[in-house]
Design a protein around this ligand. Structure first.
Ligand code: UDP
Length: 414
C-alpha cells in the first residue's frame, strides 16, 4: 500500500465468509435501485453507547453499497442532555416531571439543530428521542424514519402522549423488537441491532494481545474472570452484579471486572460510577476506560460475561460476547431475551440469587461453557451480523415509492 493511502474500508463482500455468497449477492441486488440515494442518519452522540456503535459500521457499509450516507450528531447544552436523559429513563418506565420550560428547552435546541443541519436528503433516519422533534422543521424530500432503540414497552404515559405527535409526523417507526410496538398512525417495523465482526472490538485477537491488554490495566488472571461491560447506568444494574458476584464467590473464587464508559449524551454516568466505585477491591476491578481492544480482550478472556440489565432496548454487549464464544448470563428483559435462549446459548436470570447460581454453574463446568459458547457464536453468525441489519434498511428504503408512500411491506427480511 502506498504511503498516505487509507486502509481499505470493510465492504459487504468481506462478510461472505460468515454469511455466504448468496446473502452478499442478494444485498448488492437490493442496493442497486438505491444507487446515489442521499441518506442521513441523525443521533445525539458520535461516541459511547450502542447507537454510535451501530452507526459507525452501518453508515460506512451503506456508502460501500452505493448510497451517499452521512451521519450527523445533534449538539446541545448540558440542560438539554439532562432533559433527554430523563426522557430516555421515563420511556423505559421511570418517573418524569416534564415542565413547560423543559419542553421548551428540548424543542428549541432541536430547532437550532434543524437549522444547522439542513436535512434535505432522500431518506432521513432519526435515532432515539433526543432529535425526535426535528421532523417538524424539515422540508421533506423523501421519507423520514424514526428509529427508536430504547425499551418502549412501559413508557411514562404523559411523556408518551407528549412525544407521540412528533413520532406520527414520520413516515415509519423502526423499533428493536415487537414487544415495543405502540399504538401509532404510522407503520412500525422491527429491526434488531447487529455487530461488526471486523471492528477493533470484535475481530480476532490472539492470546498475547489479550494478555498485553489485561496486564496493561492490571487485571489479575489467576482466578476466572466474571465480566460486565456497560455504560455506568442504573438500568444496567451494576449493584446487582456486585451482589451476585459476592454470593457466587463464596462457592467459586473468581474476579469480577466491571468496565464502563460514559456517553457524551448521558449526564448520569459519573454519579453511577462513583456509587459503584465504593465496592472496588483487589478482586473487584472497576474501570472507566476508553479502550475498545480491552473490551474485546475481556469479552474473549472472561469465563462468564454478565449483562444483568433491568431494562435493555437490545444489549449489543450480549451479542458481542456471544460472538466471541463466551457464555452470557443476561437479565431476562427486552432485547436480551431475543438473543439468549435460556439454557442453550446462555442463561436468562431474574434475580441476584439466580445470577449467582448460574455463575457458579458455569465456573464449575468448562464443558458447559464451551458448548454454550459455541451455540452463542452460531446464534450471532446467523442473526446478529451487520449484513442482516443493512438488508433490513435496504428493504425499507426500497419499500417507499418515489413520492415516499410506504408500500405494503410483505417482503421485509427479518
Ligand atoms: N462499551 C464500550 N466500552 C465500555 C462500555 C461499553 O465500548 O466501557 C460499548 C459496548 O461494547 C457496546 C456499547 O458500548 O458496543 C453499548 O451498547 P449496548 O447496546 O450494550 O448498551 P447502551 O449503552 O446502548 O444502552
Amino acid at each position: 500500500m502506498r504511503k498516505n493511502e487509507p486502509h481499505p474500508l470493510v465492504q459487504v463482500e468481506h462478510y461472505e465468509r460468515y454469511v455466504g455468497a448468496e446473502v452478499v449477492e442478494r444485498i448488492l441486488e437490493k442496493a442497486r435501485p438505491l444507487q446515489d440515494l442521499r441518506v442521513a442518519h441523525v443521533n445525539s452522540t458520535y461516541y459511547g453507547g450502542g447507537v454510535a456503535e451501530l452507526l459507525s459500521p452501518l453508515t460506512l457499509l451503506m456508502n460501500s453499497v452505493g448510497m451517499a450516507t452521512e451521519w450527523r450528531a445533534i449538539q446541545g447544552p448540558p440542560d438539554f442532555f439532562n432533559i433527554t436523559k430523563k426522557m430516555h429513563n421515563a420511556l423505559q418506565g421511570a418517573d418524569i416531571h416534564l415542565t413547560p420550560m423543559k419542553a421548551t428547552i428540548y424543542e428549541d435546541v432541536v430547532y437550532e439543530n434543524a437549522v444547522r443541519n439542513r436535512l434535505d436528503h432522500d431518506r432521513v433516519v432519526i435515532h432515539d428521542p433526543q432529535p425526535l422533534p426535528i421532523v417538524r422543521h424539515s422540508r421533506k424530500r423523501g421519507p423520514w424514519i424514526w428509529r427508536c432503540h430504547v425499551d418502549l414497552s412501559r413508557p411514562d404515559p404523559a411523556l408518551w402522549a407528549y412525544l407521540k405527535p412528533f413520532v406520527e409526523q414520520y413516515d415509519a417507526a423502526v423499533l428493536s423488537i415487537p414487544e415495543y410496538e405502540r399504538e401509532l398512525s404510522v407503520p412500525q417495523l422491527f429491526f434488531m441491532p447487529a455487530i461488526d465482526p471486523f471492528s477493533i472490538k470484535n475481530r480476532e485477537m490472539n492470546d498475547a494481545e489479550m494478555d498485553e491488554r489485561l496486564a496493561h490495566h492490571h487485571i489479575p488472571t489467576d482466578l476466572p474472570l466474571v465480566v460486565q461491560i456497560s455504560r455506568f447506568d442504573r438500568w444496567k444494574d451494576p449493584e446487582g452484579v456486585v451482589a451476585a458476584w459476592r454470593l457466587a464467590r463464596k462457592q467459586m473464587p473468581c474476579t469480577l471486572v466491571l468496565l464502563g464508559n460514559m456517553a457524551a449524551d448521558d449526564p448520569e454516568g459519573q454519579d453511577v460510577y462513583s456509587e459503584v466505585m465504593r465496592h472496588s477491591d483487589e478482586r473487584l476491578i472497576i474501570l472507566s476506560r476508553e479502550d475498545t481492544a480491552l473490551v474485546n480482550a475481556l469479552q474473549r478472556r472472561a469465563a462468564v460475561v454478565v449483562q444483568k440489565s433491568l431494562r435493555e432496548g437490545f444489549g449489543l454487549t450480549v451479542a458481542e460476547a456471544m460472538w466471541k464464544g463466551t457464555p452470557v448470563i443476561g437479565g431476562n428483559v427486552g432485547g436480551i431475551r431475543h438473543q439468549i435462549q435460556d439454557g442453550h446459548n446462555g442463561f436468562l436470570v431474574d434475580s441476584e440469587e439466580q445470577c449467582a447460581g448460574r455463575i457458579v454453574q458455569l465456573l464449575k463446568s468448562p464443558k458447559l461453557r464451551h458448548q454454550m459458547g459455541q451455540h452463542a457464536h452460531e446464534t450471532v453468525r446467523r442473526r446478529f451480523l451487520m449484513t442482516r441489519y443493512l438488508e433490513q434498511y435496504l428493504d425499507l428504503f426500497n419499500a417507499f415509492e418515489a413520492r415516499y408512500h410506504l408500500r405494503p411491506l410483505p417482503h421485509l427480511s427479518t
